[in-house]
Design a binder for this molecule. Structure first.
Ligand SMILES: [Zn+2]
Ligand SMILES: [Zn+2]
Length: 333
């Protein structure tokens, strides 16, 4: 099969993914083999490719926002019939037995596998995944629109949940890429006012088109004190600015898997019971809840499509803030 393979992390400007022919995987017991139609490109892929996340498998095929068709079933995998359209996301597998899994926090599992990081992902014509970690995709979404829902969408949704934002509350978004452009649609559906701080003028424009009450530069001061804010951009210097924008008791959620160092800041920014918390992965319940709500709204995904063999170009565009919405690789379909 054709796959874009990372042998060793390197700056994306050096085009480190090699698009080559490799053997297709076979489904083990309890797994399904999926023929990939589209795979979304996530900022986490950029962190994997550039080595900001320490390598866990090499070589590795990145990609964890996969939409495709079940092609073949492993032993005992009876949940999805061949030909069913499914999605595969970042959380590839958990042990189901650690204290976190047993307490409903499988996103924090001690022994997880992650798609496109610790196991091969969807920048390829075929992928395998445990049937119990595969999602049904609501029928109204075309494949390319569904792909970014699987990480950008689900993680944005978990970030919204952890922010504790309430209807008619005021919510800040710092950075306005793939996750934010989906999360704002859920927030508006909940009648939340959104204030978008992002450096790129095109992203500010997209935020306003999607119903933001205000859009400004990353470190610009929003016109209202915020009940909560979510930092989507991986830049630690945003944290003090975002804290300064919160009202007393407000919550700051850090939505990324990687962030540059956070500069030290005065305790006054945190005092008055403001909170900072990170988001790590998601539970399958987050995923199912989000896909259901996304279909009810319905969410509209803005996508820019690249052919699979241009995965390096897609990652470079993402790094340069050149994607309004989400980048998606067209693999087949
Ligand atoms: Zn576990
Ligand atoms: Zn992701």
């Amino acid at each position: 099969m054709q796959a874009c393979v990372l042998q060793k992390p390197a700056k994306v400007e050096t085009n480190p993914l090699a698009c080559i022919d490799v053997p297709a995987p076979q489904p083990a017991s309890g797994e399904v083999l999926v023929r990939v139609n589209y795979c979304g490109v996530c900022r986490t892929d950029l962190h994997v490719v550039e080595g900001e996340l320490p390598p866990r498998k090499s070589a590795v095929i990145p990609g964890h926002q996969v939409v495709g068709m079940v092609e073949k079933l492993g032993a005992g995998a009876l949940k999805f019939a061949p030909g069913t359209r499914v999605g595969i996301a970042w959380l590839h597998h958990t042990d189901g037995t650690c204290q976190y899994c047993r307490s409903g926090a499988e996103n924090l599992c001690d022994n997880p596998a992650f798609t496109g990081y610790t196991v091969d992902g969807g920048y390829a014509e075929y992928i395998v995944a445990p049937q119990n970690f595969v999602y049904a995709i609501p029928e109204q979404f075309p494949d390319e629109q569904a792909a970014p829902l699987l990480c950008a969408g689900i993680i944005g949704f978990r970030s919204l949940r952890l922010s504790g934002i309430q209807p008619s509350g005021k919510l800040g978004f710092y950075g306005f890429g793939a996750a934010a452009h989906l999360a704002i649609q859920v927030a508006r559906h909940w009648n939340v006012e959104v204030y978008a701080a992002t450096r790129d003028a095109r992203h500010q424009k997209l935020a306003l088109e999607l119903g933001a009450k205000w859009a400004g530069g990353t470190l610009a001061v929003p016109p209202e004190k915020l009940d909560a804010a979510i930092v989507f951009a991986p830049a630690g210097e945003i944290v003090p600015a975002a804290l300064a924008a919160l009202r007393k008791g407000g919550t700051l959620v850090l939505g990324g898997i990687h962030m540059s160092p956070i500069p030290s800041f005065d305790y006054d920014l945190l005092y008055q019971e403001r909170m900072i918390r990170s988001v790590a992965n998601n539970t399958r319940e987050d995923g199912r809840d989000f896909l259901r709500i996304a279909a009810e709204i319905p969410i509209r995904t803005r996508v820019q499509i690249f052919p699979l063999h241009e995965a390096n170009r897609a990652l470079n565009a993402l790094k340069n803030d050149a994607i309004p919405g989400a980048a998606v690789l067209k693999v087949a379909g």
